[in-house]
Design a binder for this molecule. Structure first.
Ligand SMILES: C[S@@+](CC[C@H](N)C(=O)[O-])C[C@H]1O[C@@H](n2cnc3c(N)ncnc32)[C@H](O)[C@@H]1O
Length: 294
C-alpha cells in the first residue's frame, strides 16, 4: 500500500510554495507537516550541504516514507515525530535558534485518506479510527459513542458546516454503538436526502477527524509562537483546507502585521490553477497564505 500511495501523492501548490519560500541554499527550513515528504524533497533539493531541513509529523508511517524519499536527495535533514505545535522542542534539541522559513500543509495526506484501515474515508469500510498519530488514545468511535446529542451536532455544524447535523446526531444516538465506517455511512444515508449526500459524508467525516486530531487547537498553539523562531526576512507559508483554519491564519497574520512584525505577501489566499485542480483533486480547496518576518 505505501509505495502506491507514495506514487499517487502530489504536493499541493508546490511551485507557489517554493517561490514564496525563496530557498537560500545555506538556509534552515522547517516543514511542520512533512507527511510523505513531497514539499520537503523539493526544499531539500534546493539546499546546499550547508543548508538544513527539519521536518515534523505525527504519523510514523508517513515519516518512514519521507525519510526514505529524502535520503535519496541528501543527508542534511532531520525528521522527528512531533506535533508541529511543539516544534520549538525539536529546534532546541538541534541547537537551532531560528529558521529561514516554515511551511505548514495542513489536513490529511493521500496516504491517510487512501488507507484501508484508518477510517478517514467514507468510501472504505474500516473501524472508525481517524487518528493521524496512532499512539494517541482517542479514536473517532470514542467521540461518536461518548458525546451527547448536542455535542455531536455541534461538532458536525462547526467543523463540517453540515446543515443536517441535528438529524444525523439524533440518529447516531438512536443507533449507538457505532464503530465502523459503514455504520456511520448508513446513519448519514437515513438522515439525508440523496442529492449531495456525498458532500454531507465528506463534511461529517472531516468534522470528526478535526476533533480526533485537535487540528484547530494545534494551529492556534502554533500561531501563538512561530514568529520568534523565524529570522528577519524569513517566510511563513501556510496551506489550509478548511475555512476555520484559513480564518485563523488570516487573522493571525493581520494582527502581527498591525504590530509591525510581519508583512503579508498574499492579500488574498493563493489557490491552485485550473490545471492543478484537474490533476490533483486535493488542491481544489487549498488556500495558501504567506508572510515575511520584519
Ligand atoms: C497534507 S499532509 C502533508 C503532505 C506533505 N506536505 C507532502 O508534500 O508530502 C498533512 C500531514 O500533516 C500531518 N499532521 C497533522 N497534524 C499534525 C500535527 N499536529 N503535527 C505534525 N504533523 C501533523 C499529517 O499526519 C499529514 O501527514
Amino acid at each position: 500500500m505505501a509505495p502506491q500511495a507514495t506514487l499517487k501523492h502530489i504536493p499541493v501548490l508546490s511551485n507557489e510554495v517554493l517561490s514564496f519560500l525563496e530557498i537560500k541554499p545555506a538556509g534552515k527550513y522547517l516543514d511542520g507537516t512533512c507527511g510523505l515528504g513531497g514539499h520537503s524533497e523539493q526544499i531539500l533539493s534546493k539546499l546546499s550541504p550547508n543548508g538544513f531541513l527539519i521536518g515534523t509529523d505525527i504519523d510514523n508511517e508517513a515519516i518512514d516514507i519521507a525519510k526514505t524519499k529524502l535520503k535519496k536527495v541528501g543527508d542534511n535533514f532531520h525528521i522527528e515525530k512531533c506535533s508541529y505545535s511543539q516544534f520549538p522542542d525539536v529546534l532546541n534539541k538541534l541547537n537551532i535558534d531560528k529558521v529561514d522559513g516554515i511551511l505548514l500543509d495542513l489536513g490529511l495526506s493521500s496516504l491517510q485518506l487512501d488507507s484501508k484501515d484508518r477510517g478517514f474515508s467514507f468510501m472504505r469500510n474500516a473501524s472508525l479510527d481517524m487518528r493521524f498519530d496512532l499512539d494517541s488514545k482517542i479514536k473517532a468511535n470514542d467521540i461518536i459513542n461518548r458525546l451527547s446529542e448536542v455535542e455531536l451536532a455541534d461538532i458536525m455544524y462547526h467543523f463540517g458546516e453540515e446543515r443536517m447535523s441535528r438529524k444525523i446526531s439524533k440518529n447516531i444516538i438512536k443507533n449507538r454503538p457505532i464503530n465502523m465506517v459503514s455504520e456511520l455511512v448508513e446513519i448519514i444515508r437515513i438522515s439525508t436526502p440523496p442529492n449531495k449526500r456525498n458532500k454531507t459524508m465528506s463534511r461529517v467525516f472531516q468534522s470528526f477527524r478535526i476533533v480526533v486530531n485537535n487540528e484547530i487547537d494545534n494551529l492556534k498553539k502554533f500561531l501563538k509562537k512561530y514568529i520568534s523562531y523565524i529570522k528577519v526576512g524569513g517566510k511563513i507559508v501556510i496551506i489550509s483546507f478548511h475555512s476555520i483554519e484559513d480564518r485563523l491564519v488570516k487573522h493571525s497574520f493581520k494582527s502581527s502585521s498591525n504590530k509591525g512584525v510581519l508583512k503579508i505577501l498574499t492579500k488574498k489566499p493563493i489557490m491552485a490553477s485550473e490545471e492543478e485542480k484537474n490533476f490533483n483533486k486535493r488542491s481544489r480547496s487549498a488556500k495558501l497564505r504567506c508572510a515575511i518576518k520584519l
